[in-house]
Design a protein around this ligand. Structure first.
Ligand code: GTP
Ligand code: MG
Length: 212
C-alpha cells in the first residue's frame, strides 16, 4: 500500500481516551526535544501533523495518528526535560507508563536518542524497559545531519555500547531535516507487520528512491 491519508486522532491523558479498536500501533519514545514528532512527520510526509518545537516539552500527552484506518503511529511525551516541576514530571511519567504497560495494540516501541549525545540514564532505563517488555528494542539515532559520515558510525557504536544493545539489535541513523533513514524505518515496520501476521506492506512513494 501507499499512504493516502494520515490524520490526528486524539491527544490522550487517560487510558479511557485511547482508541478502542484493535489497530496495530507503533510508539516513539525518547527524551524531550530528541525529534519524535519531527520523525513522525517525516515518515508520513506531513509537515505539521505532529506539532514540533525547539522548546522541549511540546508533546505532553499520548498523541495518536491514524494511517488510512489501518494502523497508528503514537507520539509519546518526551522525558528528561529539566525545566518542569516534580508534579508535572510524575504526571508525564505516569502517562507514558500507562500507555506502555497496558496497551494491547502496541507492536513495537522505537527508542529515539540524539546521535550527538551519550544516552542518559533515563534513555537506558527506557531501553531496558522496552527489552524487558518483550519488544525488539529498535533504536533510532536522530539528527544525523549534525554529523559527518565517520562521526555517525562512531556515535552509533558508542550508543550501542552505552545502551548495552545486543549485537543483532537494530540501530538506524535518521534525520528529519534531510529526510534520511525514512525507508529504513518503514522497512523495519514492514518486517514487524509480517512477523505479527498483519497483512500490511508500505511501498515507497513514486519518485522516491532507496536511501543512500
Ligand atoms: P517533545 O515533544 O518535547 O518531546 O520533543 P520531540 O522529541 O517531539 O522533538 P521535536 O520533533 O519537536 O524536535 C525538537 C527540535 O529538534 C525542533 O527544533 C526540531 O526542528 C529539531 N529537530 C528534529 N529532528 C531533527 C533532525 O533530524 N535534525 C535537526 N538538525 N534538527 C531536528
Ligand atoms: Mg513532540
Amino acid at each position: 500500500m501507499k499512504i493516502k491519508n494520515s490524520s490526528f486522532v486524539i491527544s490522550a491523558v487517560a487510558k479511557t481516551q485511547y482508541p478502542e479498536d484493535a489497530l496495530p500501533e507503533f510508539a516513539f519514545a525518547g527524551r524531550s526535544n530528541v525529534g519524535k514528532s519531527s520523525l513522525i512527520n517525516m515518515l508520513l510526509n506531513r509537515r505539521g501533523l505532529a506539532k514540533t518545537s525547539s522548546t522541549p516539552g511540546k508533546t505532553q500527552l499520548v498523541n495518536f495518528y491514524d494511517i488510512d484506518g489501518l494502523f497508528r503511529l503514537v507520539d509519546l511525551p518526551g522525558y528528561g526535560f529539566a525545566k518542569v516541576s516534580k508534579t508535572q514530571k510524575a504526571s508525564w511519567g505516569k502517562i507514558i507508563d500507562t500507555y506502555l504497560n497496558t496497551r494491547q495494540n502496541l507492536i513495537e516501541v522505537f527508542q529515539l536518542v540524539d546521535i550527538r549525545h551519550k544516552p542518559s540514564n533515563e534513555d537506558k532505563e527506557m531501553y531496558e524497559w522496552i527489552r524487558g517488555g518483550g519488544f525488539n528494542g529498535i533504536v533510532l539515532a536522530t539528527k544525523s545531519d549534525k554529523m559527518s559520515k565517520n562521526q555517525v558510525a562512531q556515535q552509533l557504536k558508542m550508543i550501542r555500547k552505552e545502551l548495552n544493545m545486543d549485537e543483532d539489535a537494530v540501530i538506524i541513523p535518521v534525520s528529519a531535516t534531510e529526510r534520511a533513514g525514512k525507508y529504513d524505518v518503514w522497512d523495519v515496520i514492514n518486517d514487524l507487520f509480517e512477523a505479527n501476521g498483519i497483512d500490511i506492506h508500505l511501498e515507497r512513494q513514486s519518485g522516491e528512491t532507496a536511501p543512500k
